[in-house]
Design a protein. Structure first.
Length: 193
């Protein structure tokens, strides 16, 4: 599955594989790609906005200058006076600044920050990444490891609840199974001695 996001000079490509995805990015100043395992994506995310503040501020300043000039002209002439030049230039700058504004959802994964552009693909892409993350973490950690110590296994299942991989009920069931296994294991060891 491949998802391509474009907004202005930004192009982000997500190639979703079985175990990991490739995230390729390209903008006006840099380009690159990175491969990330779904399980390495964090649950927490942030939002970041990229915009041309200078253009926005100049647009607002020119609109204010046009309004001031129109007001001052009306005051000094004693009749309504409207000078649209600065207002139109300011509105054009402000419109351009708003059209080139890009908002991202950012995942700070190990080794890379993953930027997902807020567009028509945004919600579906995040939902798919999170579903694959959950499945991969469950595949990696949700089974009982008899080699592991009891406390480590209990902490693992509690961590999986915090990562929204297991429900509280599933975690409690796994913890009961681990405790039962370790009781049987301890009992067998005592019999052997």
């Amino acid at each position: 599955m491949e998802v391509i996001q474009k907004k202005g000079k930004n192009k982000h490509t997500f190639s979703l594989g079985q175990e990991q995805f490739e995230y390729a990015y390209e903008d006006g100043s840099a380009k690159g790609d990175v491969e990330v395992y779904y399980g390495d994506l964090p649950l927490k995310r942030s939002e970041q906005t990229e915009q041309n503040d200078w253009l926005r501020n100049v647009g607002v300043l020119w609109i204010l200058l046009g309004l001031f000039q129109s007001g001052y002209g009306s005051f000094t002439r004693g009749a309504f006076y409207f000078d649209p030049m600065w207002i139109f230039i300011g509105a054009a700058c402000l419109t351009w600044a708003l059209m080139t504004k890009v908002t991202y959802t950012v995942f700070k994964a190990e080794g890379a920050n993953i930027f997902i552009i807020k567009d028509k693909h945004h919600d579906a892409l995040i939902e798919e990444l999170m579903a694959r993350r959950k499945a991969q973490l469950a595949h990696w950690y949700a089974d009982i490891n008899p080699e592991n110590e009891l406390n480590n296994e209990i902490n693992k299942f509690k961590w999986l609840v915090k990562q929204e991989v297991l429900t509280e009920e599933e975690s409690e069931q796994k913890i009961k199974e681990v405790k039962f296994y370790h009781q049987v294991d301890d009992h067998d060891e005592r019999v052997l001695n």
